[in-house]
Design a protein around this ligand. Sequence first.
Ligand code: SAM
Length: 243
Amino acid sequence: MPPRMPNWRALKWRRPSPGPPTHDVGDPFAVARERMVEEQIAARGVRDERVLAALRAVPRHAFLPEHLGHEAYLDTPLPIGSHQTISQPYIVALMTELLGLDGDERVLEVGTGSGYQAAVLSLLTREVFTIERHADLATHARQVLARLHCSNVEVVVGDGTCGLAEHAPYNGIIVTAGAPHVPQPLLDQLAPAGTLVLPVGEASSQVLEVWRRTPAGLEREEVTPVCFVPLIGEHGWRDDVCA
Ligand code: SAM
């Protein structure tokens, strides 16, 4: 049975109160999702009520292969095909919180994957562009996002290490794959006062970094160790990085 969707518009503009009811009787995973938010996300220090409300609202199971739906609210990344993963819920929440969205931003996500992170962002900001190098993943994500009425998300196929110049500048950029260094095009496409959140480091382990464009120039902050699949492209890793 398809998941019952929240009232996206109500959640999007309600601030700072947390948003819609979560125990929807039509959603068999509502209780598991609430526990995920309380035990994996809020308990680890994510405080932004809008972010917590978005994580409560988005049906993570809808973005997974059907046979993995029952694992959707576990504290872990999960496979989505093409050797890629949907990120751990806590990391999705943390990176989203670090973007510091108010509701009126243009956001670029690099690494659409399943589309789950894009759906979370769609509740928290005005428009989301998300770019994925695997066309099959992009097609699937587009279908799920359409089914959930995430009408402010556009999925693009391409090399996100080059950004998406035609819609730049972005108030927020989030990269959901591990980069060897911060791709220069992403810094170039960051608006004044914009925030870029990305994992930087080795192919198998990285540090989550936040870059902010301030009047005094770019500022960089290191947040926490993370582990993402590699960001592959012209300004990232070579395709054979894991060979
Ligand atoms: N955000 C995703 C979600 O919510 O399911 C999870 C992303 S997964 C950890 C990383 C994704 O980045 C993969 O789908 C991978 O194909 C993609 N990717 C890697 N390099 C890329 C690039 N240069 N441009 C676009 N996507 C890229």
